[in-house]
Design a protein around this ligand. Structure first.
Ligand code: TRP
Length: 363
């Protein structure tokens, strides 16, 4: 079987370097490997609305921001189908049927949903949580299965969604005695440090709401300022440096390679050497930040430049999304048809149903 790759992002803000190492980098790799028959990247605006119902402007405005980020990092519209979730009605229909295969406790047990709910500080009993939000993993199962996707490049926080999707696939196929739905698996970053990049302030996650991100579109001065503001442990320069929980070193681990060392920090061959020296003492955090800044600037400059080029051609971007969405509608409709067939609710196409009904009343 040829692979079908699918992934998506909620358009709630521009994409940042946490997205980059967590999933975007893998997508570029998978694209370049070319081992797939379809590669779909979806802008999940309907999912974004599950906790932004009153904030339509934010979601709308970020659809193209996210699209610009995609093209800027090198995703290629000739190789990938880009589409917008809310414009694919089959996804909502599939969600409706899948909802009947998932119990209420199962929905509420999803660890990612649980932690998102607690972060949002809905009131204690969770009574402020929209039903749509609690159920978004089910609609995510629709996103994935509508295209029969088997490979999902995502950050590791999405694993519970994929587990839920596999359960729905098994339950559907068992309940309706079919094999139309396909099980999927995640493709995670190769370097575990990239699973969840901490924020600039050292908090567990880089996130727009915590205001601790470096965006792919940040300009040179902003990147430098943000890196200089990173939290570090104050010490006398001769004292041993601490690596554990040191965000600068986490970022270096995620982004720096040996070529960066020979170019910007030739006193050391690689990160292991630098780490050892830093732990002994004598290297100030200012020097580490300077190196980290060099590394980040080298990565982000070409991304920013490509983004600027695409910004000059917004009608083309809209056309790419429009065309991709139409193709995605056709694909999703095809699966929806098979699903309804399997369930036995394709009344008007089902000659046996029609004949049985005639016979039933005419004997
Ligand atoms: N939940 C994902 C996120 O927050 C976005 C998403 C929606 C998704 N549908 C998907 C990811 C399907 C992978 C596959 O980033």
């Amino acid at each position: 079987m040829k692979n079908i790759i699918l992934t998506a992002d909620r358009p709630t803000g521009k994409l940042h370097i946490g997205h980059y190492v967590g999933s975007l980098m893998q997508r570029v790799k998978l694209q370049n490997k070319g081992d797939y028959s379809e590669f779909i990247v979806m802008i999940a605006d309907a999912q974004a609305l599950t906790d932004n119902s009153g904030n339509i402007v934010k979601v709308r405005d970020n659809v193209l921001e996210v699209m610009l980020d995609y093209l800027a990092i090198g995703l290629d519209p000739n190789k990938i189908t880009f589409c917008i979730q809310s414009q694919i009605p089959a996804l909502s229909e599939l969600t409706t049927y899948y909802m009947n295969l998932v119990t209420l406790p199962r929905v509420l047990r999803n660890p990612t949903v649980k932690s998102e709910i607690s972060q949002k500080e809905y009131d204690k009993e969770g009574s402020g949580v929209p039903v749509g939000f609690a159920c978004y993993p089910i609609s995510q199962a629709a996103d994935i299965t509508a295209f029969k996707a088997n490979i999902i490049p995502v950050g590791d926080d999405q694993e519970p969604m994929l587990e839920q999707t596999r359960e729905i696939v098994r339950s559907f196929n068992r309940t309706y005695n079919t094999n139309v739905l396909v099980e999927c698996k995640a493709v995670l970053p190769e370097n575990a440090v990239c699973y969840r990049l901490p924020g600039l302030d050292g908090s567990a996650k880089m996130s727009k709401s915590l205001n601790n991100c470096i965006y792919l579109s940040d300009d040179e001065a902003t990147i430098k300022k943000k890196i200089n503001s990173m939290s570090s442990f104050p010490r006398n320069i001769d004292e041993p440096g601490i690596i554990e929980g040191n965000v600068m070193f986490t970022y270096l681990n995620a982004f720096a390679n040996d070529a960066h060392f020979s170019k910007y920090y030739p006193e050391f061959k690689n990160l292991d050497e630098l780490t050892n020296a830093y732990q002994k003492g004598g290297i100030g955090d200012g020097r580490i930040k300077k190196f980290l800044n060099d590394v980040m600037q080298e990565l982000l400059l070409p991304i920013r430049e490509r983004r600027c080029e695409f910004e000059k051609n917004i009608p083309m971007l809209i056309e790419i999304l429009n065309k991709g969405t139409k193709k995605a509608q056709d694909m999703a409709n095809e699966t929806l048809n098979e699903v309804k067939d399997a369930m036995g609710i394709n009344y008007f196409e089902d000659d046996k149903f029609i004949q049985d009904q005639i016979n039933k009343y005419n004997n």
